[in-house]
Design a protein around this ligand. Structure first.
Ligand SMILES: [Zn+2]
Length: 115
């Protein structure tokens, strides 16, 4: 069976488990792949930082209420959090680092700060 280099598409000569024709091709391939991963992580970090900023800027007293609409308008991304905390009374808080929120009724949220 003919194996083909994952980077340049040339036929590979040699050991059966080889994936690249040489070190240069392997390095190029891995650098590209790492770059994609780096971009994904960077974008996620930026969105998390934005979420964190929004909570921080709107929770100057350490505890406050805010509407879902306002959070949305500010660009808050509800899919990005860093941890979840459920209390004994079964209330679930969603945290971005030390800034958290808990859904209330009627699309309101309470913002809290982790001690
Ligand atoms: Zn190659």
């Amino acid at each position: 069976m003919t194996k083909i280099c994952l980077e340049c598409g040339e036929k590979i000569v040699g050991r059966e488990d080889k994936k690249f024709c040489n070190d240069a091709c392997r390095n190029t391939y891995n650098n590209k792949r790492n770059k994609d991963t780096t971009n994904l992580i960077r974008n996620t970090h930026n969105s998390l930082r934005k979420n964190y900023r929004i909570l921080l800027d709107n929770n100057t007293e350490g505890k406050t209420k805010i509407s879902r609409k306002k959070l949305k308008d500010l660009g808050f991304d509800f899919s990005l959090i860093t941890s979840i905390y459920t209390t004994k009374t079964n209330n679930t808080y969603y945290f971005i680092y030390d800034q958290g929120y808990m859904p209330l009724d009627d699309d309101w949220y309470i913002l809290v700060k982790k001690n």
